[in-house]
Design a protein around this ligand. Structure first.
Ligand SMILES: Cc1cc2nc3c(=O)[nH]c(=O)nc-3n(C[C@H](O)[C@H](O)[C@H](O)COP(=O)(O)O)c2cc1C
Length: 202
């Protein structure tokens, strides 16, 4: 069996790991557990670690938009430089067979660092195509097919699950699966835990 590439993305602002560090992150604990188990079974696979809190992706700027919407052959060196970080993040995603995301719920949605990552990797002409002339099919994914996406989330309250009383307020999974499916990641697995912490501890 050939080696697979895993891309492990952590988005919690808390750098410690629960169960190891005081007030550590539960999503980091989940991702660590998954990767430890995976490595035990498939030690030959490669894991790329992307920590969005230690190294937050740059938010989209006017210069970034100018560069991204300029066809590659017409970009100058400055424009290419503006896209260098996005290129690196996209390349990590392109190589990954399995993408594992540890993502907390912050105010019903995802952390800002993770949104910045999405905005860097969902890029016209790079990860999705767009042609207004193609009436039925004006958008199409450009990443290779067959990738799998695992979303490991944590939140402080119950009821956000499908059918739950707060389902309509849960923006976490949908705000990830929608843009990811748009660029070609359609096979998705979601697990969420509820962690009750003393407010004073947060
Ligand atoms: C800024 C912030 C906003 C939060 N918003 C919510 C929320 O809207 N709903 C909820 O159930 N929990 C919320 N929580 C609780 C976290 O989702 C919960 O503590 C989760 O375990 C955090 O992930 P982590 O342990 O990986 O850091 C919030 C926590 C923080 C720090």
């Amino acid at each position: 069996m050939s080696a697979l590439h895993l891309l492990l993305i952590n988005a919690s602002a808390r750098l410690g790991v629960s169960g190891i560090h005081p007030h550590g992150s539960h999503t980091r604990r989940l991702t660590r557990h998954l990767v430890d188990r995976w490595r035990a079974v498939r030690p030959e696979d490669q894991v790329i670690y992307r920590d969005l809190s230690r190294e937050p992706p740059s938010p989209v700027t006017a210069e970034w938009i100018d560069a991204a919407f300029t066809p590659p052959q017409r970009r100058d060196a400055g424009m290419s430089a503006y896209l260098a970080e996005s290129d690196r993040l996209i390349e990590e995603l392109r190589r990954a067979d399995l993408v594992v995301i540890g993502v907390p719920m912050y105010n019903f949605g995802i952390p800002a660092t993770f949104k910045a990552w999405i905005d860097n990797v969902v890029r016209v002409g790079a990860t999705f195509g767009f042609d207004r002339e193609r009436a039925e099919d004006s958008y199409w994914p450009m990443l290779p097919a067959g990738k799998r996406l695992v979303i490991l989330s944590s939140r402080g309250d119950t009821g956000y699950e499908p059918g739950g009383r707060l389902e309509f307020m849960n923006l976490v999974e949908r705000s990830i699966t929608l843009p990811m499916s748009y660029i070609g990641l359609t096979e998705t697995y979601c697990i969420a835990i509820v962690v009750r912490e003393e407010l004073g501890m947060l």
